[in-house]
Write a protein that binds this ligand. Structure first.
Ligand code: SAM
Length: 206
């Protein structure tokens, strides 16, 4: 890991993910999580403030970056929730099949190396009646914005820890064995349009 990725990127990611527009997205999905929760790409733990403590048994917090988990520590302690950190990648979850009631995925599919494999693993770990709660940014519907997303994707990814601007979130989820129960999309207010087209909702195993 180079100096940028180790010392600067975690703080930059935390700062961007703390913006009011992103926090608004968390509020739209995270409070619904219940029981044994799998959160993939836990980052600096910014979702913790949005869980409903009375309905959460514990949270498996999957995060491959040690600096991100270090940043998350104060929020884990302050939350009072039972958070079980797993230093792992979404593509290979060290959890038994059908062991989670809810899965939470926020601003993570853009960064995982293999999003279809990650969703396949989340599907495996969710109970058959479990729900995937997601809020992700990705490919915009407007051709002008989309062109810039494609043009800037490589440079953006190098600066933003492998983040992709142009992944088609809803088709990815539907193509990975999930049925969408609720879905909505919009450009986040006060966010650059190339990184601000978000889709959020609830999906279940199909
Ligand atoms: C943009 S951050 C979002 C963090 C958090 N989900 C949030 O909403 O604030 C993306 C996170 O995904 C993590 N990540 C990258 N590749 C991953 C993978 N293959 N599996 C799981 N997490 C991954 C990164 O380390 C980073 O913490």
């Amino acid at each position: 890991m180079n100096v940028y990725d180790r010392y600067l990127l975690p703080h930059l990611t935390h700062w961007v993910c703390s913006s009011p527009a992103v926090q608004r997205q968390r509020r739209r999905v995270v409070p619904r999580a219940h029981g044994r929760v799998l959160e993939v790409g836990f980052g600096s733990g910014l979702n913790l403030a949005y869980y409903s403590p009375s309905q959460v048994e514990w949270i498996w917090a999957v995060e491959p970056s040690a600096p991100m988990l270090t940043l998350a520590e104060p929020r884990i302690v302050a939350s009072g929730l039972d958070v079980r950190c797993l230093a792992a990648v979404a593509e290979h979850l060290p959890l038994a099949a059908a062991s989670a009631d809810s899965a939470v995925l926020t601003f993570c599919l853009c960064t995982v190396a293999d999003p279809a494999a990650a969703l396949g693993e989340i599907r495996r770990v969710l109970r058959p009646e479990g729900e995937l709660l997601f809020s992700e940014h990705g490919a915009a519907p407007d051709s002008g914005v989309r062109r810039w997303q494609d043009r800037l994707n490589g440079v953006w990814g190098r600066l933003a820890g492998g983040c992709n601007l142009n992944r088609s979130i809803v088709p990815l989820i539907e193509g990975s064995g999930f049925r969408l129960e609720e879905v909505d999309s919009e450009y986040m207010p006060k966010a650059p349009r190339i990184a601000g087209y978000v889709s959020w909702g609830v999906a279940r195993r199909s």
